[in-house]
Design a protein around this ligand. Sequence first.
Ligand code: NAD
Length: 450
Amino acid sequence: MTKSNFSRREFLEMSAAAAGGSVAARSVLLSPEPLDTPARPMAPSDTIRFGMIGIGMQGSGLLGTSITLPGVECVAAADLYDGRHTLAREIVRPNLPVTRRYRELLDNKDIDCIVAAVPDHWHRQVVIDAVSAGKDIYCEKPMSHTAADGVAMVDAVKKSGRIVQIGSQRVSSQVCAKAKEMIAQGMLGDLMLVEGYMGRNDPTGAWQYPPPFDLSPQNLDWDTWQGNVPKVPFNPLYFARWRCWKQYGTGVAGDLLVHLISGMMFMVGINEAPRQASAVGGIRHWKDGRNMPDVQAAVYYFGDLPVYMRLNLACEMPETYRIQGSKGLLEVGGSSLSFTPQLGINTYPSYYTGSFPRAMREEYERKWHQENDEKLSKLAVQESISYRMPDFDDTRPHLANYFNAVRSRKPVVEDVVFGHHAALACHMANESYFRGGSVTWDGASKTIKG
Ligand SMILES: NC(=O)c1ccc[n+]([C@@H]2O[C@H](COP(=O)([O-])OP(=O)(O)OC[C@H]3O[C@@H](n4cnc5c(N)ncnc54)[C@H](O)[C@@H]3O)[C@@H](O)[C@H]2O)c1
């Protein structure tokens, strides 16, 4: 094979071979960290008593998990739909006090803190009411429904001094923690770009959820459910599929991108809003009356770091990050990560010399080998490493982190400021998509500018 016949890939393979013979591979199984919770039995005074607000798809899971944590008890639950009172009692106990009015939970002195999983358009009110009533609160992601909501929530929480944990559980994932450690150790060298994507391809993944059969204005407080949004007649599809409409939800950005952004911020060590965002997308497949895009790709500057995120509800792709550094590539999935080191140096004479006349090329190659072969032969073997963590549930440690913080008054892993910054990235992607141009975050006026 002559020099100029080499493909780029063959060069990379040869480079690896030249640099220490080969790239070794190592695979490690991660085991779950023990939850940082006190062992049972626990003094009654150490038991955390919480009230649950919103017992829907996510809330029912949070409720079921929370009550399995040592020293955590559910005292009461609130939901606007009576069917979810039945569900809460099925999960906790048949005589669990239930109500349609969440403020009753905030007034209840037996309740130490709140876990809330209500639709996005209710987050601001529930969080501000909770902290104003002196209750800590775990609020689902995205923290806010709009940038202005987020600003108001940060102000209220800071004023109150209460603990707020936002529910993007990636930040409690051990896979992300391992990636964070590797990045902080400098294994990737200088960070060049972070890429992230995920996709689904089925009606449920695209939020076409079946409304409960019996749902009606008799067993649902439809008027309150709509919050401050202009009122419309009872619509069971809005109740079940609120993510599809911007009046209630935050689209793929608030539903899915927020996980990618929170995980990225946690791994890379960023806690700020993006400087700039630009998004494209469209309602390309699920033309069911929704007004939020089912495909959205956003590019950001977080400081000077370029970040590129893609979401797709009509082409399945496992959630993946490709964190690209000058010393290697870190690929992070839901339950695994792998790091492939790169030397970032020439390990073979430059292929550009294929354009030299033979005598010049041979002279260049002779000199090149003379100057480089010995030092390359002494380079350590490059080791690619992967970690796997099958069957890991990151929601459990995320909730445990919250309840421990309520008990110890130590900071949570995802506070209101972090949650606000992650949510802002989603709002900026939506603003950019709807405006059809780049947007920036103006920290002085705390608004998104076109
Ligand atoms: N962290 C995650 O992985 C994850 C996964 C799914 C959903 N979520 C988030 O959880 C939240 C809830 O989503 P969901 O899919 O469970 O929604 P859902 O519609 O299934 O459930 C929401 C429940 O809240 C109730 N509700 C609404 N307003 C209320 C109010 N003012 N007072 C009391 N109850 C009220 C509704 O009646 C409903 O039962 C959303 O913010 C969503 O983004 C997070």
